[in-house]
Design a protein around this ligand. Structure first.
Ligand SMILES: NC(=O)c1ccc[n+]([C@@H]2O[C@H](COP(=O)([O-])OP(=O)(O)OC[C@H]3O[C@@H](n4cnc5c(N)ncnc54)[C@H](OP(=O)(O)O)[C@@H]3O)[C@@H](O)[C@H]2O)c1
Length: 330
């Protein structure tokens, strides 16, 4: 019997940017034993998606093979389940993180592992939910696991700095840090100062001014945790702004971050920079969808594109000036 076909967007080599994306018809994937087949309703683009296309993760074999359907942060409806799937059935609305090696998000259907899938309450739209599996979870886990920040208000209030607070990760980091009654300083461009204050930040710095570039808190706070969502800021800029045991969580680690990390270790420095890559777990996805359902956390959507215009969404993400999440709706 002929396989059922679907619309998808894929690329077949490194380095071509938006023009390398091609619209194709490919077979709908079949879920394996522990997988669910999703009819996708929304997919979010992350900078990592086009960094993989650039070949920046080639040394760790990403993508696993060409052609590759990119994007892994999705929301949709379960249409079929593998024989050992226990927690989901056809008709369930969910969010999921697809595997990075095989991608699959820029398509009408995709398969997701059961343990990287979480139920999506009816109050949470697909577009709002699609930003949670990577951007939301990165902000959450960076704050909790490395920053030592409690999000439920039971911890000692801390001083938190979020860089690039207008971006996909930063917007969640500001809101989550505020949920825990922490003091938040944030950086963003001039056009987004009011937007970031609206997310709850106590102080906002324009990163293109001298004060912004210095990262100094206007009220003289020293940061206990920095959720660092941009690149190119040296340790020497962070260090004088940190409290005695302040930690910088570096979400875009480069060679110099590794060097700083190692140097902090060998010198027994109490101030630290920690490179961080998120590991997606269902528990975290459930926590975030619950917060959205309860009206405690919002996804801010920069723009939405149909799958037929996925290359425009891709170009917008590469441009690096989105305010919030970029969503593709298959
Ligand atoms: N480690 C992990 O597990 C993980 C997970 C997710 C993302 N990441 C990484 O985290 C980084 C942020 O991701 P994202 O999705 O938030 O990116 P994004 O949405 O593309 O960020 C865009 C925003 O960043 C702002 N921005 C750019 N440079 C800035 C600077 N120097 N200071 C302040 N704001 C600045 C831009 O504002 P203007 O338009 O005003 O310039 C824009 O609003 C990326 O490098 C991504 O690869 C890592």
């Amino acid at each position: 019997m002929a396989a059922k076909l679907m619309q998808a967007v894929q690329y077949s080599s490194y380095g071509e940017g938006a023009s390398g994306l091609k619209h194709v018809e490919v077979p709908v994937p079949t879920p394996k034993t522990n997988e669910v087949l999703l009819k996708l309703e929304a997919t979010s683009i992350n900078p990592l998606d086009w960094k993989i296309q650039k070949g920046l993760l080639r040394p760790i074999l990403l993508p696993r093979k060409f052609p590759y359907i990119p994007c892994t942060e999705v929301a949709g409806e379960v249409v079929e389940v593998g024989p050992q799937v226990k927690d989901f059935k056809a008709g369930d609305k969910v969010i999921a993180k697809l595997t990075q090696q095989y991608g699959g998000g820029l398509a009408e259907f995709a398969v997701a592992s059961e343990n990287l899938t979480a139920a999506r309450p009816s109050e949470v739209s697909a577009a709002e939910a699609a930003g949670l599996p990577i951007a939301g979870l990165t902000a959450r886990d960076a704050l909790i696991d490395i920053g030592g920040i409690k999000l439920d208000g039971t911890g000692e209030p801390k001083n938190v700095l979020v860089t690039a607070a207008s971006g996909g990760v930063g917007l969640y980091a500001v809101q989550l840090a505020k949920l825990g009654n922490n003091h938040v300083t944030a950086t963003c461009g001039a056009r987004n100062l009011d937007f970031v204050k609206g997310l709850g930040a106590d102080e906002v710095l324009d990163y293109k001014t001298q004060e912004g570039a210095s990262l100094k808190s206007p009220s003289g706070k020293k940061y206990d945790a920095v959720i660092h969502c941009t690149a190119g800021i040296p340790w020497s800029t962070f260090e004088p702004n940190l409290s005695e045991k302040g930690v910088v969580v570096d979400l875009t680690p480069v060679l110099s971050s590794m060097w700083t990390f190692a140097l902090n270790k060998v010198t027994f420095s109490k101030k630290r920079l920690v490179p961080f890559i998120v590991t997606v777990k269902r528990e975290g996805l459930e926590h975030l969808t619950q917060l959205v359902k309860d009206g405690k956390l919002k996804t801010i959507i920069d723009s939405k594109f149909p799958l037929s215009k996925a290359e425009d969404a891709w170009a917008k993400s590469i441009d690096g000036h989105a305010t919030g999440k970029i969503i593709v709706e298959p």
